[in-house]
Design a binder for this molecule. Sequence first.
Ligand SMILES: [Mg+2]
Length: 403
Amino acid sequence: MPPNRSILHVDMDAFFASVEQRDHPEYQGRPVVVGADPKGGRGRGVVAACSYEARFFGIHSALPIGRAWRLCPQAVYLRPRGARYAEVSGEVFGILHRYSDLVEPLSIDEAFLDVTGSRRLLGSAEAIGRKIKAEIRAELGLVASVGVAPNKFVAKIASDIEKPDGLVAVAADRVQGFLDPLPITRLWGVGPKTAERLRSLGMQTIGDLSHRRREDLRASLGEAGEELWLLARGVDERPVVPEGEAKSLGAETTFAEDTSDPGRIRRTLLNLCERVGSRLRRSGRVAGGLTLKFRDEDFATSTRALPLSPPTDLTEDIYRAALALLEKTGWRGKRVRLLGVAAGRLQPRAEGAGAQLALFGDEGAGKRRRVAAVVDTLRERFGSEAVTRAALLEGEGEEEEKG
Ligand SMILES: [Mg+2]
């Protein structure tokens, strides 16, 4: 790892609400709240995002929508348009990729960039941050905040500290002076409980930690204390990992309209599993775990996970596990807004994986692998919608017939 890295954290400001204000000029300058239907203050669910005008009234994301309504009934209340935000997100990432191949998405609207190798050609890291902000504004009509620092941890704080429209660059020799006055809750991994514990030990600011001895933190908080001490000293060596090398691989979809139709939900789930399986097979990896993400109409999100044993890249195995996870969410009767599937614990597929599977008494695996290869070929040739695995959807009870 180069000793003097330049890491950028780029974070879009009030992303969903800003996209709405840009797409609908009549909303500009008005408080805009994106989230659940407020139903005149009786609505359940929460605020997904809101404009800075709405924040002025005390509204923030994750606030119950009924409370938002009482704080500001005159705001523009909108249901999220997930597909639209994903589209604009793609445009934002297109701009980021002009400046580095090392772009690690954190969410739909934020990413880390390692621009260490770009500096000679494109200017200082701070200059690159400025250009990115200018291009996002000029080409997309949106505002981003950027933090520039020698590592991820400091870059992430730097992007946040002067939001909105911020650009904060922290040089390597200024990291400690930048961190020390900040509250301990800025440290990654410090939730309310750890914060309370640190305060009881007399530590309120990051400086209170960084000035202690490493052994003292280890003694009072164990290994976690040592990790916090390192962060407090501005030490964070984690690399920026581009998406293709990520440790997990996922697909998710937001329904155009919330649905409780079991057939539709299962078909969507199968499609997600097919996408994940296909990407696994293309990348030559198998997954040792699966996570399902389920969000209902009120924006309540639950995730369920289970191990995949033996690790697999086959759609059937992934789909079967995903169905088991779906049952654990208690989904029946709820209207679903978003479904996501992520394969984790990725590892290279061993040669002769079929033989390995046979050891587990799974004689059908070789055949299923051949089916997968055929499906992948068809998908490449005709697109994903052309191939539906009808067989997988058969015999799942009468609900399916109505779907
Ligand atoms: Mg953001």
